[in-house]
Design a protein around this ligand. Structure first.
Ligand SMILES: *Cc1c(COP(=O)(O)O)cnc(C)c1O
Length: 491
């Protein structure tokens, strides 16, 4: 099968990318050769792995190179026109470009491109909604425009007033994210949280139950979005529910931003026209640098723009520059083709698994990920994840709804297609990969603990199967070179 080159790459054979990366490694090697070696080893590992981690991708050489330069040296707290540091002219240029590309790409009225990660973007969003919405006698008494300007005494009052706010988010075992009000994250401590889940029969989001919970609980923030839900979310219904109960609708599209950018998710399934505030990462399906971003309507913009220094450390201008490059890439027509292929590939993977008898949460997928329930193979998610890794297939374990193995061992494996789609693999390869996954899981059984009982952690895999699958994965990947324009071997 002919390799479809990664859509972002300069034509294979052109030496520009090889020269850039090889020179960079030479410069690094002169100071600390072990770091240069680790960088080289990392790209080799990435080339050798069948990467099915739903939250990972491969950024383009242009995005990667944009992060290694003098912008890294610049402090730029505040935002354009309101900096706490002098000399930010060029940072202003790239921050404005990234924001402009984001607004145009997503049709948003405002974009804030400083968050360092998805979690940080969510913190900015939570704080902005609190600052906008919470009726605070402390704020009024102080007669200040913004919480940043409060006295210590009023801060103490405000802390008490903020303490009682409610957040309604998707349950973790239904695919929600830790930052949507769960204990390991500050959102679970800042907010009185309740969660909504999926229908136990179908595994689909239960909007009626959600509406009922919202009516009773009356959250300040209704959070939509997920990390492990394989279906579409209807954001028009979400907005209706939010409005009915007086909640701000926040959509965390960290996982599926690439599908929104690529116009696969439109109408009711595009969060931007429906949400009051949208947060995202830039490195998952959107295929940019590691980072976060907030999109919002005009009323929230003033609060969102105060994210740094309110809850964020100094902006990373080199990463904002890389966001501008990645967003420019995502505005090109071929990105829409990429997004479409991500979803086609996930469907093919799901069909291939189902045909071989695997059990999938919700019975399939409409987006970029598949959640396989591996209990039918007699395995925990942890065992399945480890066995697949033995065979060179990288996935991650994940809870399934009402998971009997808890959040650590789990009963599921999450499998996503954004990365391999970037590499150029298509539906035929996805079907074959489904076969490899099924072969591995069929050839694996639980290990035993020291006292002879079946383990939830260790596994035993037929070594010859692991080797065969690893060899077949390597053959498959050889037809789809990663970074075909980057050859580090010659000097
Ligand atoms: C990945 C993810 C995040 C966190 O992103 P980081 O960049 O790792 O901080 C937040 N929300 C959702 C829904 C995610 O999937």
């Amino acid at each position: 099968m002919a390799a479809e080159p990664s859509s972002f790459s300069i034509k294979p054979g052109e030496s520009t990318e090889s020269t850039a990366f090889r020179s960079a490694l030479d410069v690094i090697r002169a100071v600390e050769p072990r770091v240069a070696d680790a960088i080289g080893a990392e790209v080799e590992d990435q080339r050798a792995q069948l990467k099915l981690i739903a939250s990972e991708n491969y950024a383009s050489p242009a995005v990667l190179l944009t992060m290694g330069n003098w912008f890294s040296d610049k402090y730029a707290e505040g935002t354009i026109g309101r900096r706490f540091y002098a000399g930010c002219r060029n940072v202003d240029t790239v921050e404005a470009l990234a924001a402009e590309h984001a607004r145009e790409l997503f049709g948003a009225s405002h974009a804030y491109v400083q968050p360092h990660s998805g979690i940080d973007a969510n913190l900015v969003a939570f704080w902005s909604v609190l600052a906008q919405r919470v009726e605070s006698p402390a704020l009024e008494r102080a007669k200040v425009r913004h919480v940043n300007d409060l006295s210590e005494q009023d801060w103490a009052a405000l802390r008490r007033e903020l303490g009682d706010q409610r957040m309604l988010g998707m349950a973790l075992d239904a695919g929600g994210h830790l930052t949507h009000g769960f204990r390991p994250n500050i959102s679970g401590k800042m907010f009185d949280q309740r969660s909504y889940g999926t229908d136990p029969e179908t595994g689909l989001l239960d909007y009626d139950a959600l509406r009922e919970t919202a009516r009773e609980f009356r959250p300040l923030i209704l959070v939509a979005g997920y990390s492990a839900y394989p279906r579409l979310v209807n954001f028009r219904i979400m907005r209706e529910i939010a409005e009915e109960v007086g909640a701000t609708l926040m959509v965390d599209m960290a996982h599926f931003a690439g599908l929104v950018a690529g116009k696969v998710l439109t109408g009711d399934f595009d969060p931007v026209p429906h949400a009051n505030i949208v947060t995202t990462t830039t490195h998952k399906s959107l295929r940019g640098p590691r980072g976060g971003m907030v999109l919002c309507d005009a009323e929230l913009a003033e609060h969102v723009d105060r994210g740094c220094p309110m809850v964020l450390g100094g902006p990373l201008p080199h990463v904002m520059a890389a966001k501008a490059v990645a967003l420019a890439e995502a505005r090109r027509p071929d990105f829409q083709d990429y997004a479409r292929r991500i979803v086609d590939n996930a469907s093919a993977l799901a069909e291939g698994l189902l045909r071989r008898g695997a059990s999938l949460v919700t019975g399939g997928t409409d987006n970029h990920l598949v959640l396989a329930d591996v209990s039918g193979y007699g395995l925990t998610g942890r065992q399945a994840e480890a066995a697949l890794l033995d065979a060179g297939i990288v996935t991650n374990r994940n809870s399934v709804p009402q998971d009997r193995n808890g959040a650590w061992y789990t009963s599921g494996v999450r499998i996503g297609t954004p990365a391999l789609t970037t590499r150029g693999l298509g539906v035929a390869e996805m079907d074959e990969i489904a076969g490899l996954i099924d072969t591995v899981l069929t050839s694996t059984r639980p290990g035993t603990t020291a006292n002879g009982t079946p383990s939830k952690a260790s596994h035993v895999i037929d070594a010859s199967v692991a080797d065969q699958v690893a060899a077949r994965s390597a053959d498959l990947l050889a037809g789809f070179p990663l970074y075909p324009g980057v050859d580090l071997s010659q000097g």
